[in-house]
Each structure stands twice: as structure tokens, then as C-alpha cells.
Design a protein around this ligand. Structure first.
Ligand SMILES: [Zn+2]
Length: 68
């Protein structure tokens, strides 16, 4: 799995517990899909989204696997 990461310092809010202790990272998957990864430090939930809608982890991994 190869991801090109572009760290940003966006202030995000956890969609599960509402905590602002969230690390949000924007990155581009191997197939060119721009996604946002959010990791909550309070409830330890991690979520992916693309263009504002939630992405399933499997979907992210599928896209990241398309290397060629
Ligand atoms: Zn949370």
C-alpha cells in the first residue's frame, strides 16, 4: 500500500464522539482519489472520507492497491 501524504492542520471534529482532538490528514490514493483521513484521540475511531462523504476502509484499500 503506497500513499502520497500531504499533511494538513485542519481543525476537525470527531463524527462519533464530537471531540476536537482529531488528527485530520488529506492524501491522494494511488489511483488519484483525494481522501481525508481522520483519527480521533478520544474514542480512537478512524474514518476516511472523499469529497465530504464517508468511505469504507475496504474501498480505500482497494483504491490504494491499484498500482501500475
Ligand atoms: Zn471520537
Amino acid at each position: 500500500m503506497s500513499l502520497v501524504t500531504t499533511p494538513t492542520s485542519t481543525l476537525a471534529t470527531c463524527g462519533y464522539c464530537g471531540s476536537v482532538r482529531v488528527t485530520s490528514i488529506s492524501m491522494t490514493l494511488t489511483d488519484g482519489t483525494p481522501v481525508d483521513f481522520a483519527s480521533c484521540h478520544t474514542c480512537e475511531r478512524r474514518s476516511w472520507s472523499a469529497s465530504g462523504s464517508a468511505l469504507a476502509l475496504n474501498s480505500v484499500l482497494d483504491r490504494a492497491r491499484k498500482i501500475k
